[in-house]
Design a protein around this ligand. Structure first.
Ligand SMILES: Cc1cc2nc3c(=O)[nH]c(=O)nc-3n(C[C@H](O)[C@H](O)[C@H](O)COP(=O)(O)OP(=O)(O)OC[C@H]3O[C@@H](n4cnc5c(N)ncnc54)[C@H](O)[C@@H]3O)c2cc1C
Length: 533
């Protein structure tokens, strides 16, 4: 095991964060939203030397950014759509991410099994092109497998009718922990990041956005934060702030996001043992479906269902659950049933509607994210994917410069910037496919081991010391923060997570002195077990 050199993790004491937030100083950049997008912008701006503040209304990665399929990918399906530039960029970002956070993001081979003679050559040709586009950023060569080789690699794949398969490479990652690593790396460069702090309103000077009014969700205390530019990185919720901006500047805004939900279900590893993902390029209704070994379990998903509301905890529809189980049954020898599901979770995709009447528009570029600057100077960024968060951040900074919101600063500063836990950490020695544990902390393992309770396990892979570390160094405030996003237990096994809530709450209470919200978490854990009839 490579633990790297001992790290000195910075404290994330709530009192200190709020004291800093209360200081009447102007910032270069204020960011609203602590998901992949906002945190990526915060890190880029801080790494360029700007003064940065970021506020998140809930916990970091509470939104879409903890609910991904966990793929660091170029987007095979965008290839089918002919979006070569997008794929090339994502492939480049894929290798950057794997390099900068090897404890949280790693290569993973996938096999696309074929049950029709034409599938292997047809999809295989696309995957060879995928390889070629990756160039030096490639993770491994695409291989054509015969039936026996396919079954050897995927022993639980349905054997009858199997013709062969194609093996290709992508990456996988721990999304919520990557978000925390971004936050903590930005903080180490001077940025102030505060979770449980909602941007309630915008401040204006001479008709231009000049800061934020934010509210500490725990105390209801209000703060005015002055800033040269304000970035709206609130994912599917971007239209709320845009609406406020439109009202303040008396210019009506049209919604730019059309949310679409994706459901994932988690089952035991026996459904897909080994360190290989299974990819179905075209399900019965034309979507891509994955079975991904992750942290000792298997993730099945996902769906793409439009929905109008913007619930914080969206519920799956019965049809989506049936769809995933039925499609899995077509490719796995033993079909997972409802009783096999350990956790079900739903994320909302911020699909972007074309805009033309409200500031600039990057929709014409072959990118799937959009950066808009309103006439009053509010910068909104949404869309894209986790894999490309770094490139998105660079685009946001570039747009701010073009609009004279910041001065020109050197670019590309995050391309080789190792994230917290990656310093002096050469070889993970442990796959993200395998159950969670200390290895996920990279070079911070010794700092976790130094805390009380390092030898006391609540369950395999989760120690008392990890909960203390979460409270002291990872901004955790509630049991949900710990069991959903520092440890990923809620996403892996909701029943087990629910059963540990009280004990986790006791430890957290010792650390923070505030109500760790055990009851609320227990109810949430029940929701993550509930499949609609
Ligand atoms: C089902 C699904 C699967 C996916 N799988 C993958 C994948 O495998 N690989 C990949 O690369 N990408 C994947 N993606 C895409 C990726 O997850 C998203 O693009 C990314 O997480 C979006 O991040 P974000 O920061 O824009 O949004 P979010 O993560 O939603 O962050 C926005 C944040 O803003 C906060 N906020 C809202 N209003 C306020 C306010 N007033 N004040 C303060 N904070 C506020 C919210 O609480 C939230 O935390 C997937 C997406 C979905 C839906």
């Amino acid at each position: 095991m490579n633990m790297g050199a001992a790290q000195q993790p910075q404290p994330t004491l709530r009192h200190d964060l709020m004291t800093r937030l209360a200081q009447p100083r102007p910032y270069d950049m204020a960011i609203v939203g602590g998901g992949a997008t906002g945190l990526g912008v915060a890190l880029d701006a801080a790494a360029r030397g700007l003064s940065v503040v970021l506020v998140e209304s809930h916990d970091f990665a509470k939104g879409t950014s903890s609910r991904a399929t966990k793929l660091v990918h170029g987007g095979v399906r965008y290839l089918a759509q002919g979006n070569i530039a997008l794929v090339r960029e994502a492939l480049h970002e894929r290798s950057t991410l794997l390099h900068n956070a090897p404890h949280l993001a790693q290569p993973l081979p996938f096999i696309m099994p074929s049950y029709k003679c034409w599938e292997t050559p047809f999809y295989g040709a696309g995957l060879v092109l995928y390889d070629a586009l990756a160039g030096r950023a490639g993770l491994g060569k695409t291989e054509f497998l015969n039936r026996a080789q396919t079954l050897q690699a995927l022993p639980t794949a349905r054997a009858d009718g199997l013709k062969g398969g194609v093996k290709y490479w992508d990456g996988q990652f721990n999304d919520a922990r990557l978000a925390l690593a971004l936050a903590r790396t930005a903080a180490a460069r001077g940025a102030l990041l505060v979770n449980y702090c909602r941007a309630a309103d915008l401040l204006y000077e001479c008709g231009k956005v000049a800061g934020l009014v934010c509210e500490d969700v725990e105390t209801r205390q209000s703060f005015k934060v002055r800033s040269r530019c304000v970035i709206n990185a609130t994912g599917v919720w971007v239209d709320e702030l845009r609406q406020k901006d439109g009202e303040a500047s008396q210019r009506p805004t049209r919604p730019m996001v059309a949310p679409s939900q994706g459901v994932h279900m988690v089952v035991e590893r026996e459904f897909l043992p080994g360190r290989v993902g299974l990819m179905v390029p075209k399900t019965a209704d034309g979507r891509v479906l994955f079975a991904v070994p992750w942290l000792g379990k298997v993730i099945l998903g996902t769906t793409d269902t439009p929905r109008q509301d913007l619930a914080r905890e969206p519920q799956p529809f019965r049809e989506e659950v049936e769809f995933i189980l039925n499609e899995s049954a077509r490719y796995l020898r033993r079909a997972p049933g409802r009783a096999d599901v350990k956790s079900v979770w739903v994320g909302l995709r911020p699909l972007v509607k074309p805009q033309d009447e409200d500031g600039d528009n990057t929709k014409g570029l072959s990118r799937e994210h959009t950066v808009l600057v309103s006439r009053s100077g509010l910068v909104t960024v949404t869309g894209g994917k986790w894999t490309t968060y770094r490139a998105m951040a660079e685009d946001v900074l570039q747009k701010c410069f073009e609009k004279n919101l910041i001065s020109r600063l050197s670019t590309g500063v995050t391309a080789n910037l190792l994230l917290v836990g990656a310093e002096n950490f050469k070889s993970p020695g442990h796959s993200i496919c395998e159950p969670p544990g200390l290895h996920g902390y990279g070079s911070e393992q010794s700092a976790v081991l130094a805390l009380p309770g390092a030898g006391t396990e609540l369950t395999s892979g989760l120690t008392e010391a990890m909960i203390r570390f979460a409270a002291r160094h990872e901004y955790a405030r509630t049991v949900e923060d710990v069991l959903a996003r520092r440890s990923r237990l809620l996403f892996l096994d909701a029943r087990l997570a629910g059963s540990l809530a009280a004990r986790a709450g006791e430890i957290l209470l010792q650390e923070t002195g505030i109500d760790p919200q055990v009851e609320a978490f227990s109810a949430l854990a029940r929701d993550y077990l509930h499949l609609p009839e």
